[in-house]
Design a protein around this ligand. Structure first.
Ligand code: MN
Length: 494
């Protein structure tokens, strides 16, 4: 145990070698701080809390995030799980780290309510109701993060949790896997973190749908092997031809991730021969001009399938994704997808701004309307601002939901309200009858005045009395039309 964690520590330390001397000293201080704070705490998996913090920090360091983010990863569970307070963190590591840790602690409260999970006995039986709730949870997740780094650290944290999910009780496994697929993965996707998204999904898939997982694997393993063997030869052939033409290329082949394969197979009635990109070839060449040359060369060798050529270099996806895709009848008539891009475009598609969110979310999920996704467009617009912004520090802040508040009912349902809304708005947002019978409220288990503003993440319990009626003076402190109209209706008839 001690040996393996020493190895882990050394691995991590070598990943921060590139930092300045001052930054390295701060990180080392955080390592000492975190290991002291978590002393004696072990997880169900048998590893220590500190070693978990180290795992998360390693992922963040590999992504080249800021030193503050690396430090916040090391400390991310200290406020939640040890007596250490935010003030101490602020004093030792500064206000940015404290703010990041605070955000990470708060995000722990965003959970899928048990009552939403199958077997469905509640009103969430209807899938569209469920979809609406998780969409609101996604917004809440982004709103409460307030900083892009908080989201990314949380994603890394979740990935580490999934890697040791095996040790948890089954009920927890299911909840965490469901949450990952419905909340974490879509957000990663919209942030263009394609690699994260796929890994999160693939780690959750076997826990959530064990039978489907086995079925997809059984269906695809042999075929993937066959196609990979075939592509190995094709790869060398293309490399040789490009070399003759003086083009310096790198070619990878990559099997489709399990969960996205599962979704594609469902569309094609489990016919694996229709999945042309089960294993795709990815050709990377230094310049955009090279990309078009390669496309020309490939089409002179093999005929493309009609309507499969997509030029996302000339016409990038809304999220900035760039690549050329073509599907050709390659040697022996095997239908093969080939993607052509520069190394820059490749990095961006995996970790950066570009991803397949638009394609996978809008085409696969019929339940989601474009309107519901308006906030995604905002997120993407904000992304492109980051890309062009010199002042990265400023743009790491997320203000897109600054006029909205997300709060929970005691049962875990999430209610979306305008900023400044009170318990009365909350009550009417649940149901008109709940608003009309409202006599008081508990916010986070404490009795609160009905005029109190609700804050992000509050748990609000409405106290009711069937005989009670709305009061005229409520109108002074409601924010929503819905509450105002309902109160007026009753007050006026009196
Ligand atoms: Mn954690």
């Amino acid at each position: 145990m001690a040996i393996s964690s020493d190895k882990k520590l050394n691995n991590f330390l070598s990943s921060i070698k590139k930092l300045s001397q001052n930054d390295k000293e701060r990180v080392v201080k955080a390592i000492e701080f975190s290991s002291r704070a978590h002393r004696g705490q072990t997880r169900i998996s048998g590893s220590t809390y500190f070693s978990h913090a180290l795992d998360v920090a390693k992922k963040i360091s590999d992504l080249n995030l800021t030193t503050d983010a690396i430090i916040a990863s090391l400390l991310h569970d200290t406020v939640e799980d040890t007596p250490i307070g935010l003030n101490e963190i602020k004093k030792e590591f500064g206000s940015v780290v404290a703010r990041l840790v605070d955000g990470l602690t708060k995000l722990d409260n965003i959970r899928i309510s048990k009552s939403w999970l199958p077997p469905f006995k509640t009103k969430y039986q209807q899938l569209d109701r469920y979809e609406k709730q998780v969409e609101t949870l996604r917004k809440m997740f982004v709103a409460m993060s307030r900083d892009i780094r908080v989201i990314i650290i949380k994603m890394a944290d979740r990935m580490c949790n999934l890697e040791t999910l095996y040790y948890l009780p089954k009920v927890k496994q299911t909840r965490i896997a469901q949450e990952t697929i419905d909340i974490y993965a879509p957000i990663a996707n919209r942030l263009g973190m394609g690699e994260f998204k796929c890994r999160l999904e693939d780690l959750s898939f076997p826990y959530l749908m064990p039978n489907e997982y086995k079925r997809v694997k059984k269906l695809a393993v042999q075929e993937i092997e066959t196609r990979t063997k075939y592509l190995k030869k094709l790869r060398i052939k293309i490399l040789n031809i490009l070399a003759q033409k003086g083009i310096n290329a790198e070619i990878k082949y990559r099997a489709k991730h399990w969960y996205s394969l599962y979704r594609k197979l469902k569309i094609h009635n489990l016919d694996i021969d229709k999945v042309y990109d089960l294993v795709a070839l990815r050709v990377m060449v230094p310049t955009v001009e090279d990309c078009y040359n390669v496309l020309g060369i490939i089409h002179s060798l093999w005929k493309p399938l009609p309507d499969t050529i997509k030029d996302y270099i000339a016409l990038p996806k809304i999220n900035g994704y760039q690549s050329i895709h073509t599907t050709v009848f390659a040697d022996h008539g095997v239908i093969t997808e080939i993607q052509i891009r520069t190394p820059d475009m490749d990095r961006q598609a995996e970790f950066g701004i570009a991803a397949h969110w638009y394609y996978s979310d809008t085409k696969v999920s019929r339940l989601m309307t474009k309107k519901q996704y308006a906030w995604v467009k905002e997120l993407m617009a904000w992304q492109s601002k980051i890309k062009s912004s010199k002042d990265l520090k400023q743009s790491l802040k997320i203000d897109m939901f600054c006029d909205r508040i997300f709060a929970f009912t005691p049962a875990g349902d999430v209610i979306d309200l305008p900023r400044g809304a009170t318990s009365i708005d909350f009550a009417y947002a649940i149901h008109t009858a709940v608003g009309n019978q409202c006599v008081g409220a508990k916010i986070n288990n404490k009795i609160a005045a009905l005029s109190t503003d609700i804050k992000n993440g509050d748990i609000v319990e409405i106290l009711k009395d069937k005989k009670s009626k709305p009061k005229q003076d409520w109108l002074k402190y409601v924010k929503t039309e819905q509450a105002r109209d309902s109160i007026n209706k009753i007050v006026k008839t009196r």
